[in-house]
Design a protein around this ligand. Structure first.
Ligand SMILES: NC(=O)c1ccc[n+]([C@@H]2O[C@H](COP(=O)([O-])OP(=O)(O)OC[C@H]3O[C@@H](n4cnc5c(N)ncnc54)[C@H](O)[C@@H]3O)[C@@H](O)[C@H]2O)c1
Length: 444
């Protein structure tokens, strides 16, 4: 089937490559010329496990094409996927400017019927806006070409995006047309063989499903972070509590890890956007506002612990930061807790020596050259002479470090762990002063 993707980011590139790999003929359009030129040379703009060989192979075999030509893209696909960013507007609502730009382009160039698919995360009512935009452009052209707008939100997780697209938990399709339902089923048939994964619904419900899913997950995280603060105050161990509640299958173990707050390109902006939607329709979403407030507070927890330990004077101190990406297995630093921490440390006059397995270039891109930021080649180099180590992202390679070597390299044997990776008793045995989230501080 002929498919076009507009917006070749984390979602567009992965979905396009996976669809091409199943045999579809996919054209990828992006306005970022450098990105498209690099993709043609085999340079993949993001780190995502398994993505590079998938893109290379499908490009080589002629099922995946890259272009900046909007016209070419509109001409190619019977299915026109919109997968551009929907960043927060000034007031936190989703900015639909890129989505409507693409809708406008499709309306301008289409010469035959199209199925336009909103894959970007967009507020309820956006399919109507896309439809109105395309209709208006078509009317101006004096054309009367049939088209449908479908909501097909994406649920991939950065870090396992390829696997998630190959074996999705569910494929949500919101449409008001039986004909389109059949075509969407055909498009996704390669991913729907093992069992029925496609869930059909009306367009607005599909749009809301995406927000409901992300807000539910963000709620679980903020709830657990709230519990971790309570645990600390009453002298309980949040990890014991986590095990205790996770074993209840009505609650489950996933997404109840306490930590230094959620980040990424989705949860923060989607929670905010749904709050703005509820405000605009006169509904006061007390839960979502609390989820956001708790997360904001939680992102400051590591800095507060550090500041308290050093009696509020961090001037001239150096901190080794392990992990910059908002979660492991991605290079994405959007809304990452590491950014909040580093900026607070810099404001307090401290130095940062950071290491991340994949986000060093991204960090350099965001902050450029600064005297108070050193990007180090290994996790050990980051420790050299530092007053304390701060673990912000739970990459696999940080889980079982050589603690003796760490003690030798650090100026003081002090660890602030934003992800509760280490055992309290081991820290005591090593003589490490260990601060974590929702647990007692171990100290000799
Ligand atoms: N990243 C995730 O994990 C994830 C998961 C599910 C859903 N989403 C949603 O999917 C959407 C895309 O997210 P992303 O992380 O892939 O974004 P991204 O920022 O990585 O990529 C967006 C791309 O769109 C391009 N673009 C902008 N305007 C364009 C235009 N007019 N024509 C063609 N290309 C254009 C940009 O140059 C960029 O390459 C967002 O709505 C996001 O909320 C993201």
């Amino acid at each position: 089937m002929h498919v076009t993707f507009f917006g070749i980011g984390y979602v567009g590139l992965v979905q396009a490559a996976v669809l091409a790999d199943s045999g579809h003929d996919v054209v990828c359009v992006d306005v970022d010329e450098a990105k498209i030129e690099n993709l043609k040379k085999g340079i993949i703009p993001i780190y995502e496990p398994g993505l590079t060989p998938l893109v290379e192979q499908n490009y080589k075999e002629g099922r995946l094409h890259f272009t900046t030509s909007i016209e070419k893209g509109v001409k190619h696909g019977d299915f026109q996927f919109i997968a551009v960013g929907t960043p927060p507007d000034e007031d936190g609502s989703a900015d639909l400017k890129y989505v409507l730009e693409v809708a406008n382009s499709i309306g301008t160039h289409m010469l035959e019927p199209k199925i336009i698919i909103n894959k970007s995360t967009v507020p309820v009512g956006t399919a109507d806006k896309v439809k109105a935009c395309v209709t208006e452009v078509l009317e101006k052209r004096g054309g009367n070409i049939k088209f449908h707008v479908v909501s097909n939100p994406e649920f991939l997780k950065e870090g396992s995006a390829v696997a998630d697209c190959i074996k999705p938990d569910r494929i949500i399709v919101g449409t008001d047309s039986d004909e389109v339902e059949d075509k969407m089923r055909e498009l996704y048939a390669p991913f729907n063989r093992n069992h029925e994964r496609i869930i059909m619904m009306d367009i607005k419900s599909a749009e809301l499903t995406k927000y409901a899913a992300n807000c539910m997950l963000a709620t679980k995280i903020s709830f657990m972070n709230e519990m971790s603060n309570i645990a600390e105050c009453v002298g309980a161990d949040i990890e014991a509590v986590r095990n205790g509640i996770g074993s209840d299958n009505r609650i489950g173990y996933s997404f109840i890890y306490p930590g230094c707050g959620y980040g990424g390109s989705c949860f923060p902006k989607d929670v905010q956007a749904l709050i703005r939607t509820t405000d605009s329709i006169g509904v006061n979403s007390e839960i979502l506002k609390a989820v956001e407030a708790v997360n904001f507070r939680q992102k400051g927890v590591l800095f507060n612990k550090i500041s308290q330990y050093f009696d509020g004077d961090l001037r001239g101190k150096t901190f080794a930061i392990w992990g910059l990406s908002f979660k492991p297995k991605t290079d994405d630093m959007r809304e990452a807790p590491s950014q909040v921490l580093m900026e607070s440390l810099w404001n307090a006059g401290a130095m940062v020596q950071a290491f991340d397995p994949e986000s060093m270039d991204e960090c350099q891109r965001i902050y450029g050259q600064r005297n108070d930021l050193k990007l180090m080649g290994t996790k050990e180099e980051a420790l050299k002479g530092a007053d304390a180590m701060v673990l912000v992202t739970e990459w696999q390679q940080f889980k079982s470090p050589d603690f003796r070597k760490m003690i030798e390299l650090l100026k003081n044997p002090v660890i602030f762990d934003g992800r509760n990776q280490y055992n309290l008793n081991s820290m005591l045995e090593y003589g490490i002063i260990y601060h974590s989230i929702g647990r007692m501080t171990s100290s000799v």
